[in-house]
Design a protein around this ligand. Sequence first.
Ligand SMILES: Nc1ncnc2c1ncn2[C@@H]1O[C@H](COP(=O)(O)OP(=O)(O)OP(=O)(O)O)[C@@H](O)[C@H]1O
Ligand SMILES: [Mg+2]
Length: 496
Amino acid sequence: MFEDFREYSIAEFFKKNKHMLGFSGKIKSLTTIVHELVTNSLDACEEAGILPDIRVEISQIDVDKYKVVISDNGPGIPKELLGKVFGKLLAGTKFHKYKQQRGQQGIGAAGVAMFAKLTTGLPLHIISAHEGKLISADITVDIQKNVPLITNLVESEADFHGTIVEGVFGEVKVDKSEYSVYEYVKRTAIANPHASFELVVNGEVYSFPRTSEKVPPPPKEVKPHPMGILPYELIEFAKRSNSKTLKRFFVETFERFSPAKVQELEKLVNVDLNKSPKELTWKEAEDIIKAIRSMSWMAPRKDVVYPIGEEQIRGSLEAILKPEIVITRTRSPKIYRGGIPYVVEVGIAYGGNFKGSIMRFANRVPLLFDASACAITKAVKSMDWKRYGIKDFDNEPVLVLVSLNSVFVPYISAGKTAISQEEEIVQEIKNALMEAARKIKIHINQKIRSRELAKKKSALLRYVDYLTTDISYLSGYSKEELQKKLEEIIKEKYSL
Ligand SMILES: Nc1ncnc2c1ncn2[C@@H]1O[C@H](COP(=O)(O)OP(=O)(O)OP(=O)(O)O)[C@@H](O)[C@H]1O
Ligand SMILES: [Mg+2]
């Protein structure tokens, strides 16, 4: 049996399991391609402080075969990294950081290149304008080795900056369903008012101009909080550290680890904290973690997570749905898994030409797939909507938008399609929904009351004519005068 023992690369793993990256089904695969490249463009622009202009062009070239071109005005990619970005899975700038960004794994771009190769045999064609240098090259993944294959590299001068990714993909299709590129770009525009998008599908142009000129602040990196780490991670951090002593290492590596906290730790453990972090043993790491857990800590910094904002969500929902009312709520930052800050925000739109639906977002990225596995769906579905005047969620004109923003989003898979149902997160989403739903209930109650009053009012107004004719006859007062007065009394009494 061991004659068959082999080693294989991460690229081979994802070739076999491409569904884990979101490549399953023709429509979903095309949306995944656009999603990976657009999220990269937005991340890059934000990090460079640039208002993003993103263009997505899709053209059919055969049955289930499309050319996709995505261009941005970001900083471009330096020549020495270009190959790894599009030709190596698990390579990027975001994996080791706790930072609010759309990408976190270093798989997306090379995953797209691999999908092109698997379905058409073709590499991606990349044009990058970075710091005055223009590079164009064909890049794909050597799947067996998980290394880049670069051909046709040409260098010249650039008088602009940005990245253009061109690819031809098979086994894909574009349509207008709720899982399509249209919906994806539309929802991305809702959550990214500072970005402008142009989507061109087979020559038809859809524009989503920016509605805000403010670039969101560049995402801040947060160090790990001591309460969230495990002995293994502590040893990993220690091995990678350049600090001279364990004392310095704690202060430099973790949030809230002040010199005073180091002194406190020193009294609790039997470890020489003046030695090099590289000498830390497993037993010592365990003792340190135990001591850390028994100490009290300041909560992690929370000012590193930027929500979309209540006004912005309201504006977007009003513009798109034209509902009777929109209630938005951005909660204060919270912590999950002991150390990861996040912010939940919700918007509930009620009344209009739409039916019970949920819009999910994570770090301003729309989530269109795997709804039933998502923490957001779980929270929305577990709400007792009847208590808030919504008797039949699925069939009433209600739309719930939930956005989770965090320096690390716990996705269910490498395809980043849904948020895992961590209890703390589900509960926090419910809290936000309950706050907003209470206000929706007031609106619905008012609507019911005003409808009842209007019914009574119109019934009474019908008698005004008879009544004033008789009263005028009996009293001698002018009928017009009486009619006017009576109508005024009825209107005042039967209005909200
Ligand atoms: N359009 C772009 N402009 C500038 N840099 C880019 C662009 N696209 C990708 N990059 C760089 O390439 C890296 C790899 O991108 P990739 O999508 O593979 O991974 P990621 O975005 O880090 O994580 P994820 O797999 O979650 O998307 C990014 O981390 C970023 O540094
Ligand atoms: Mg990415």
